[in-house]
Write a protein of this length. Structure first.
Lengths: 577, 182, 437
């Protein structure tokens, strides 16, 4: 391949891997208010960032700085660092300790660049941009510095790749292949440090693998503010450690696993579960509470393995809480309901729909429709339409409130209570539902979800009346109901929820539903058709309508393009291929 | 040596060329569809070109870009020993997903175009017998397209005289969720 | 339908290659029929007949490689044919899009599975062209590739000829040809560990070096193979049945052959002198002194002659390569392309990471496209690879030489007898794995 060849005809050779699009802008406050008849209790914004805002994109109205990087001149926001400025030019300077969500430490020395008029190489994460600065990121001195720094970092690194969780998504592996790729020059025994040490409720520490970047130390100090981790000792013996009797126990501890560039900190829950390159990442929303953090669901075929946060400056920044991470367990394959059941018998779906219609038919039937704060807007609105057709009494149920804090955890553990309330309009409360069911006030009840926790008395009352449950997993309520229709879980639905800020949050399906599982809106559509009523439209149509209502570009694209052509995230973001 | 071919084309049919280039020693010419047969005929018949062999004909699917498909012809001249890669860009919309056939120029195009149709769904207008060649007739979809999944399943072919079975899976709502049936 | 107006003579006639037979195998200057026989023939011509649709189905002892020919026959003459392939389509291209470049070698083995080393070399060269390291392949690796490649070519031609002739009824040739092929496979098994699906090449060279006794063994086996080939030739080339069934049967003109995209022995049997090794020398083929046999006629016999002579030329190349091969490395010395030594992998983190990323991510090939062609067993074996900058190809197209040759099968059998289909099909060496991929 000679350099004098003209380049390939300019048709860009785009890879099948496309980086995720920027998060969509939030809906305006006016529209958000119009879609809910109940005033949201609080409007908590994303946690204030601790680190200085280092984003390099120039903001109109703010001062900018012009500098030259590798011969290209660029104008960036004043106050940003050279590393972020280089990102704007598409240049990814390798680094370990820098993280845009944390303060700058500049201790890894991997991001060194050459700045003219400066005798020594400067860490680009710490070097704030100056007017007229000239930076070289690929000069021989810089390349040698990178190579040498990696050599030092690798000198004591244990040969753990085959047993290390991080293999495949490890920054050290990636930088080695890109910037060093030479064999070792030393033949000295590596230093030994504590391995697989249990340092907390969720985390296992392997001190040998630690490259001492201190991201986790800074995280624990700045984000939850608990500061359990610290670097102790010096030189070759420096290790990451906790204080005796003070384990790593905060509610955001698993974030340190994400930010650790190597496999030093691993999650007890995820350890050895699966290899990172086998996973696909689908961008979706956490359903753990009303905050609605932007997350990626990591899955292989039809099984979910973990949840990781996506960067969303308006909602959750770079982080998510540990409780939210555990929501992937709700998608467990063993508990899934794949086929409909009528009176305990498994039947084909159309039989079950027909049975529902038959039992709901009749002039004097008193029906209760129970909306769910854990289901999507599309499902709730569909139930609203059905309730109107049946003249049903509306109730809204959800999960009981839980722990809250100043950061990301909301007391309301329902991802879409606002959307459910908005769809239901004027509704009665949970307590009344229990009494009325026990008192046989209704002939039929439709539960949008199977996760409501109703008392034994109420559940036993369900056997006598027509009870329909649209459930995605086996629960006590689903087993108590006469008819169970298999619904999709949040991992398989295309839908939306409204979070505590009134923003529209989007759920993207990670895999196609198995068996007879269908979207709740689609099941309700079929029930309506079986009752002889009008066609309510599919769940996808409703999602498209919601996209128009909220002017949400991302959702609009999701609902109009077929699944195959939508860009997917890299399977794991540190991959080279 | 193949640089000569590109220079010749640029001299003789500049309007037909969308762009030209080379990569790792291979010469590439992207041609407009309306001029394709003209250019191919010229390449085959002209004294200086004599590209008497259609070495290969295939399609590349750049899903996500417009136009989506690239129909690639590898041409070779036995007397002059030079090669050229000719490409035509084709969009995926049903009215646009076609290319004029080269069966009038080389016999090799007959089966090669059948294969391109079978695997990618690009029509070749004027082909005497455009049907599937590698896949069976009842196959649904075009398997080498990027949106055909790796582990794609096909509908079972039921014999016309076979009785209907009473299996649990229903065909209740074929469009409700994203089934990628191309 | 018309009955033959003359019957072949009952007396045995000495045959030489120089004598020509017409399309129906009738010898020039045959005796006319006796009056009673002539009457019989005239009556036969007036009998009402119909055409028959006959299926030479994919499951057929002679349709090796699984091909289906739907024939419309009028008596014994083929009026029309529909050659249907695809029974061995395994989705090679689709699978390659999900595999790393090194993982594709086993797939490539199974393309032309009677000469897998040639496929290995072809694919490796295509990726090396994209990487731009064609000039950096160590010379020893190039020589090894040539040796195993030419041995594979010998195996390919032996397979074709033994199968083709056994279908004519010459079962002895099948046994002798297989014996010769066993010699080749034993050699290749020593080198790669497998008799047929070697996966021996790597991007940048070959997987490991030849065995220490390879030179000696190879020379011994070449002598044995030569002996068997000589025996086969003696048995076959003056045999009247063989010549009757092969000469003048399955003719195709040079112009048609080129238009169909013929390459390799089938094209050289039409008199066209095109061999990738001579016309566009690659690897170290320009270091050797070898000839390329060309035959005229474009019929089965010409194809047979080209193949049998090519085997001798391949053995010549192997002998010269065994003399010329230099010592040295067998794979390019670039840690981004070749796997590190196992000693490094198990004892240093750098080697471990390099091995890990090579296997898991694959060998990163910069974005671009290339069409690389080599002389496979059946002709120009091309690989058109589109790379997207990752470790897996975006598109990996194999240009199968026998696909284009099989496309011409219909033309070659039209007008021939039903019994001629088998020798014609046998002589084009259609390998299902390559044709259908």
């Amino acid at each position: 391949m000679t350099s004098s060849d003209p380049p390939v005809p300019s048709r860009p050779r785009s890879a099948t891997i496309i980086l995720p699009p920027a998060p969509p802008p939030p809906p305006t406050a006016a529209r958000a208010a119009a879609s809910s008849t109940v005033k949201p209790p609080e409007n908590r914004d994303a946690p204030a960032p601790v680190a200085p805002n280092l984003a390099a994109t120039p903001v109109p109205g703010e001062p900018t700085v012009t500098l030259t990087i590798d011969g290209e001149t660029i104008e960036v926001r004043k106050g940003t660092n050279v590393l972020e400025a280089a990102k704007l030019l598409g240049r990814d300077i390798c680094h370990f300790c820098y993280h845009p969500g944390l303060t700058i430490a500049a201790n890894c020395r991997q991001c060194l660049v050459e700045v003219e008029k400066n005798p020594k190489l400067q860490p680009s994460c710490q070097q704030i941009v100056g007017e007229g600065m000239v930076v070289h990121t690929e000069s021989p001195a810089v390349l040698e510095a990178r190579r040498a720094m990696l050599e030092f970092t690798l000198k004591n690194h244990p040969i753990d790749c085959p047993i290390c969780d991080k293999a495949g998504e490890c920054t050290l592996q990636r930088h080695y292949m890109d910037h060093n790729h030479h064999l070792t020059r030393v033949d000295v025994a590596k230093i030994r440090k504590p391995k697989h040490k249990d340092i907390g409720r969720e985390i296992v520490l392997d001190a040998e693998r630690c490259i001492l970047c201190s991201r986790c130390v800074r995280f624990c100090e700045e984000i939850p503010g608990t500061g359990e981790l610290a670097m102790t000792f010096r030189g070759d013996h420096e290790i990451l450690d906790i204080a005796e009797g003070h384990p790593l126990d905060n509610a955001y501890s698993i974030n340190v696993v994400d930010i650790c560039p190597v496999g030093a900190l691993t999650s007890k829950d995820f350890r050895f579960a699966i290899r990172a390159w086998e996973l696909k990442a689908t961008p979706t929303t956490c359903q753990g509470c009303a905050t609605g953090c932007a997350v990626e669901l990591h899955h292989k075929h039809e099984n979910a393995y973990r949840v990781m946060p996506r960067h969303d400056p308006a909602v959750n920044g770079h982080w998510m809480c540990d409780e939210g991470r555990y929501t992937y367990k709700e998608l467990d394959a063993d508990a899934r309901i794949r086929h409909a059941r009528v009176d305990g018998q498994q039947v084909p779906l159309d039989h079950a729909i027909a049975a529902v219609a038959k039992r709901l038919q009749g002039r004097n039937k008193k029906v209760a429709a129970v909306f769910s704060g854990t289901s999507t807007n599309e499902s709730n609105r569909a139930l609203d339409d059905l309730a109107t057709m049946l003249g049903a009494e509306r109730f809204v149920l959800g999960r009981p409130p839980g722990k809250t804090d100043e950061l990301l955890r909301d007391a309301d553990k329902n991802a879409n209570m606002r959307g459910a309330i908005a769809a239901a309009g004027a509704a009665k409360h949970e307590g009344e539902l229990g009494l009325e069911l026990a008192g046989r006030a209704y002939d039929a009840v439709i539960f949008l979800d199977g996760t409501f926790e109703l008392s034994e008395v109420v559940r036993s009352a369900l056997g006598a009346i027509t009870s329909v449950c649209l459930s995605d997993r086996v629960t006590a309520l689903a087993q108590a109901c006469a008819i169970v229709l298999p619904a999709t879980s949040w991992g398989e639905s295309l839908g939306t929820t409204i979070n505590r800020q009134g923003r529209l949050r989007v759920l993207q399906p990670a895999w196609r539903p198995e068996g007879d599982r269908r979207d709740r809106a689609d099941l309700i559509r079929e029930i309506a058709l079986a009752l002889g009523e009008r066609d309510l439209g599919s769940g996808r149509d409703r999602a498209r309508a919601i996209a128009e209502e909220f002017d949400h570009d991302g959702l609009r694209q999701l609902t109009t393009t077929p699944a195959a052509t939508r860009p997917t995230l890299l399977r794991f973001s540190h991959s080279r291929g | 040596m193949a640089q000569r071919v590109l220079e010749f084309l640029q001299r003789e049919r500049p309007l037909a060329l969308a762009e030209t280039g080379s990569h790792v020693g291979d010469e590439i010419a992207v041609v407009h569809r309306e001029h394709l047969v003209e250019v191919l005929t010229l390449l085959r018949d002209h004294e200086q070109m004599r590209m008497n062999m259609l070495s290969d004909l295939t399609v590349v699917d750049y899903l996500g870009q417009t136009p989506r498909f690239e129909v690639v012809y590898q041409l070779y001249s036995i007397p002059h020993k030079h090669r050229l890669r000719v490409k035509v860009l084709v969009d995926e919309t049903p009215g646009e997903c076609w290319v004029p056939t080269a069966t009038g120029l080389w016999y090799a195009a007959n089966w090669a175009e059948r294969e391109a149709w079978d695997l990618y769904g690009v029509r070749f207008e004027g082909h005497p017998d455009l049907r599937r060649i590698l896949m069976y007739e009842e196959f649904v979809g075009h398997p080498l397209r990027k949106d055909y999944p790796q582990n794609g399943r096909q509908p079972l072919i039921r014999r016309p005289d076979a009785p209907p079975t009473d299996d649990q899976t229903t065909r209740l709502m074929p469009d409700s969720h994203d089934r990628r049936v191309s | 339908m018309s009955a033959p107006t003359t019957l072949p003579s009952a007396r045995p006639v000495a045959h030489t290659i120089a004598e020509t037979y017409d399309h129906r195998g009738r010898q020039a200057g045959e005796m006319p029929l006796s009056p009673s026989m002539q009457q019989f023939a005239d009556e036969a011509e007036r009998l009402p007949t119909d055409e028959l649709i006959l299926n030479m189905g994919p499951s057929h002892p002679a349709m090796h490689g699984t091909v289906r020919c739907v024939l419309r026959v009028d008596g014994e003459t083929i009026k029309d044919a529909d050659v249907q392939i695809g029974y061995l389509h395994r989705g090679f291209e689709k699978e390659s899009e999900a595999a790393t470049y090194t993982q594709i070698f086993p797939y490539v083995d199974r393309l032309n599975y009677v000469s897998p080393m040639l496929n290995n070399v072809g694919f490796a060269m295509a990726v090396e062209k994209l990487l731009g390291i064609t000039a950096q392949i160590p010379e020893r690796a190039e020589y090894i590739r040539v040796i195993v490649g030419e041995l594979a070519r010998v195996a390919d031609h032996l397979t074709c000829l033994s199968a083709a002739i056994s279908e004519l009824g010459g079962l002895t040739v099948f046994f002798w040809g297989n014996r010769a092929r066993e010699h080749v496979w034993e050699l290749l098994e020593d080198v790669s560990g497998a008799r047929m699906t070697h996966s021996y090449c790597r991007i940048g060279g070959v997987a490991w070096d030849l065995t220490r006794d390879f030179d000696e063994k190879c020379r011994g086996k070449i002598a044995k193979i030569r002996g068997l080939v000589v025996d086969i030739r003696k048995l076959v080339e003056r045999n009247r049945i063989f010549l009757d069934r092969m000469e003048g049967v399955g003719c195709i003109s040079a112009h048609d052959a080129i238009s169909y995209g013929f390459t390799g022995p089938c094209l050289r049997a039409c008199g066209v002198a095109y061999d990738v090794r001579k016309d566009h020398p690659y690897s170290v083929y320009d270091h050797f002194d070898f000839d390329v046999p060309i035959a005229d006629g474009g019929d089965n016999l010409a194809r047979y002659l080209v193949r049998i002579e090519e085997m001798e030329q391949s053995l010549r190349i192997v002998e010269q390569a065994l003399v010329q091969i230099p010592p040295g490395a067998v794979i390019v010395d670039d840690p981004l392309i070749a796997l590190p030594a196992k000693r490094e992998v198990y004892n240093s983190i750098e080697g471990m990471i390099a091995h890990f990323k090579h296997i898991m991510d694959g060998l990163v090939v910069p974005a671009g496209e290339a069409y690389s062609f080599t002389e496979g067993g059946n002709g120009e074996l091309g690989f058109y690879i589109v790379a997207d900058g990752t470790g897996r190809p975006y598109k990996n197209r194999c240009r199968p030489p026998c696909f284009y040759i099989t496309a011409a099968l219909r033309q070659m059998i039209l007008g021939a007898n039903l019994a001629d289909v088998v020798p014609i099909f046998g002589s084009i060496n259609m390998i299902g794995g390559e044709c259908d991929r």
